[in-house]
Design a protein around this ligand. Structure first.
Ligand code: HSE
Length: 434
């Protein structure tokens, strides 16, 4: 029986999960692949801590290059994360003629073009299923399952930590920081959860999704992002009273030849299918022109779901190796990439419905001042409610608008926030009804 020989660089939580799945499920993997997967070497700076999986000690090294330069290894799995060493290791592995599996979303979102060009130059595969939505095989879906479709729209929840925090804030009425400490206690949040809560992690994933959908390696900076750290229980409560919940939504869509790629806390109708995606789960609601609506749901993080995705890639690349068919499906699945990169729509130009919460003094004429400014900037009000007083100096005035252009919204809010009857910066959320 042929063998597929693998080197693992990075033996943290996911790396240990990969070793575990290769041991526990060796029989099914061997039968599906028609070959044995042999873990030849594992590199990590810490080769002494117990990761809860029994691996032959002789496989370990602290020198990643020892794995990458081993002529006997066919496939390198990169699981160290970050952009510096990981990039160097992957490029060197490719130069050495090795296929690469990586879960490194930050690296792909920032250096995708370089990695894909390098894989072409050296005639090797690079697979990255685990980089988006962990255990949900969404890369395979976009590259292969939906390859016959023009993808019209993706609405997705791509960060489990943020989704967990927003779920707790919604269900328990607690603050962002209380929900964050719960997430920490349960091990959902990293020791440094910055990339999760400032939206970077989900924006990395959205960058990879739009690259796959539109066939060009877009860059992380192309994607608009806002995190969840400014979400208040007050707005969650008002959202709920209006029939919405707040989700950190990653949105990709094509409108009139322009791509919208944005990530921000969003009002989603409470009966929308994504409203029911709670706690640490991820989901993607994808519209293709022929397939219609599809929904993918599962765990986007964690040792076992992520290892499942990594090893699925390993099996794929193992099959390519056995059949001598490297690069049968290209990294972004476009054999002929689009001649012209589709432009990303500047955020000012998007059209959306909006929720505003004004903090205004409670006296005659205030509403007419605010609505006058909105009206003269082409913003039409759909609903307006004055809520109970939350402080001595102001009352919350909550508004939903019809569709408006973001630039008009910004202009109006700048003027409104300068009114002497408005005491705090107006809170804005975009509303997604589709
Ligand atoms: N920290 C991420 C999340 C998982 O909370 O979804 C890894 O991307």
């Amino acid at each position: 029986m042929p063998q597929v020989k693998v080197g693992l660089v990075g033996f943290g939580i996911v790396g240990a999960g990969v070793a575990e799945i290769l041991i526990n499920n060796s029989e099914i993997i061997k039968n599906r692949l028609g070959s044995e997967v042999v873990l030849k070497k594992i590199a990590d700076l810490d080769i002494n801590s117990d990761r809860g999986v029994k691996v032959d000690n002789r496989l370990f090294t602290t020198d990643a290059m020892e794995v990458i330069n081993d002529p006997d290894i066919d496939i390198i799995i990169e699981l160290i994360g970050g952009c510096d060493y990981a990039k160097e290791y992957i490029l060197k592995a490719m130069e050495n003629g090795k296929h690469v599996v990586t879960a490194n979303k930050a690296l792909l979102a920032q250096h995708g073009r370089l990695l894909f060009d390098s894989s072409e130059k050296y005639g090797v595969d690079i697979a990255f299923e685990a980089s988006v939505a962990g255990g949900i095989p969404i890369i395979k879906v976009l590259r292969e399952g939906l390859a016959a479709n023009n993808i019209k729209e993706v609405l997705s929840i791509l960060n489990g930590t943020s989704n967990y925090i927003l779920t707790r804030m919604t269900k328990e009425g607690i603050s962002f920081s209380e929900a964050l400490s719960k997430a920490r206690k349960l091990g959902y949040a990293e020791a440094d959860p910055t990339l999760d809560i400032d939206g970077s992690d989900a924006a990395h994933k959205l960058t990879i999704l739009i690259s796959l959908i539109f066939g060009t390696p877009y860059h992380f900076d192309d994607v608009y992002r806002e995190g969840i750290d400014k979400v208040l229980p007050l707005d969650i409560r008002f959202a709920s009273e209006l029939g919405y919940c707040i989700k950190l939504l990653a949105i990709a869509r094509l409108i009139d030849g322009n791509i919208e790629a944005r990530l921000h806390p969003t009002f989603v109708p409470s009966d929308h299918i994504l409203a029911n995606v709670i706690n640490a789960f991820n989901a993607l609601y994808i519209q293709g022109d022929f397939v219609g609506s599809t929904l993918f749901y599962g765990l986007g993080a964690g040792r076992r779901p992520t290892a499942s995705a990594v090893v699925a890639d390993l099996i794929d690349l193992g099959r390519n190796k056995i059949s001598g068919a490297a690069r049968r499906v290209l990294p972004l699945s476009f054999a002929s990439p689009p001649e012209k990169e589709l432009p990303i729509k500047p955020m000012d130009q998007i059209i959306s419905e909006y929720y505003f919460r004004f903090s205004a003094v409670d006296k005659p004429g205030v509403l007419s001042k605010i609505s006058g400014i909105l009206g003269s900037n082409n913003i039409s009000i759909a609903t307006v409610i004055q809520k109970e007083r939350e402080s001595d100096s102001s009352v919350p005035l909550v508004m939903l608008t019809h569709e408006a252009r973001e630039i008009d919204v910004k202009k109006s809010l700048e003027l409104i926030d300068r009114l002497d009857v408005v005491v705090e910066k107006t809170v804005l959320y975009r509303v997604e009804k589709r």
